[in-house]
Design a protein around this ligand. Structure first.
Ligand code: HEM
Length: 161
């Protein structure tokens, strides 16, 4: 018991020692990582405006999920997963990539799609639903392509080999 107490006291001393060392020598400022999102965000403000900012992006992400769930091919793939979480993380993902300044809190593309068996036709179907959602939001074809060009290289991470 005494030993345990001593260990605790020593541990606390180490922890607080480190904290004060960090305060004295600040590390480089925190930078948002592109690693999990799978691409660097678009910085052209015209693109964000074409998507009608954060609100438009949220509508597009939600509509894409609604269309995927209603799709006879994609629905069964999506249904077992937590859609409350996906609505949040997909919205963050789109918002981050479109330069909306959101933080993406989800996993990287490879881990989040591992084991679900998605094939190229599923990928293309999802892109089609995303296109529909963007068209409904009034995003021009040219601006849609700017976003899709960013997502296309994620294909190898999403699709099961
Ligand atoms: C460019 C194409 C795609 C993008 C950008 C994309 C993006 C994302 C993102 C950001 C997440 C959230 C990960 C997390 O919350 O940690 C996610 C999860 C998910 N995606 Fe995709 N995805 C794509 C294609 C697909 C395809 C083709 C399918 C299936 C047919 C699919 C099915 C799912 C499912 C079911 C989840 C939930 C996984 C879970 O919660 O564990 N995705 N996707």
């Amino acid at each position: 018991m005494r030993k345990a107490l001593l260990a605790c006291v020593l541990l606390l001393a180490c922890v607080s020692g480190n904290a004060s060392a960090q305060e004295e020598e600040p590390v480089a400022p925190y930078e948002q990582s592109d690693a999990n999102a799978g691409a660097r965000p678009i910085t052209d403000p015209q693109v964000l405006a074409a998507f009608h900012g954060r609100e438009g992006i949220e509508r597009i992400a939600n509509r894409t999920i609604d269309l995927a769930l209603a799709d006879p091919q994609l629905g069964p793939i999506f249904q077992p997963f937590d859609m409350v979480r996906l609505r949040r993380t997909l919205n963050e993902h789109f918002c981050y990539l479109l330069g909306g300044g959101c933080t993406y809190t989800g996993r990287d593309m490879r881990s989040s799609h591992a084991g679900m068996g998605a094939q190229t036709r599923d990928f293309n179907l999802l892109v089609r639903h995303l296109r529909t959602a963007m068209s409904e939001e009034g995003v021009s074809f040219q601006m849609q392509n700017r976003f899709l060009a960013l997502l296309a290289p994620m294909h190898p991470d999403v699709v099961q080999r």
